[in-house]
Write a protein that binds this ligand. Sequence first.
Ligand SMILES: [Fe+2]
Length: 227
Amino acid sequence: MTYPRSVTLRGKTIEITEAKRAARVAEMPEIDWIEDRDLRDKVIDAWIAALEAHGFSQIGEMKPSGNYDSNPLLTGTQCDHMRSVCRLAVKTAEEMVSLFPNFRYDRNILIAGALCHDIGKVWEFQPDNVKRWKADPYAVGFPSIRHPGYGVFICFAMDLPEEVAHIAAAHSAEGELLERSLENTIVHWADVTFWKVVEAGRQFAETDTWLDGLTSSISGQPKPAKP
Ligand SMILES: [Fe+2]
């Protein structure tokens, strides 16, 4: 792809520049692990458009939690979560290859899928959305669409391949209704591992002050994280 270029997402026109692309890679350096240049470009551009169309300037601005109403990490960002899931997923695949030479997986899809698995959080974690849903939970639902569902929308809108959209769609509980791909199975368990280890390692904040205390007042006692 050539840059700058313009894309439209949710009716907003977004200019994708080299400077914005560099900023996304700086925040999420594992993007450079994707060797397929076209796929790497699409992951970068999807994140630029997803963030900008929903009022975020970086991934780390989003609440660092599994769901909008679960407790945030004690330290670290939402971007750190996605980076860590990617790194865990790659290590899992590399471990399998090291002892089982017939084991085959698509490394580019695994990395791209891991880095995009929670891209739909730009919708579920968007503060104005949460306030709107809270004001009338029966109007459009609360949340109206969880991050896996919205992730599919962004993936296809930004021309990411079906394999990546599937990981966004079904890395979480939604995936219990279908058969996950190999790469999604790896991402799913990396995601579960991340949140379970955070919990056991006491790396969740004890209170949820995110969104000015909005979420804890909605949900009462903070819920344990679900991937
Ligand atoms: Fe996740």
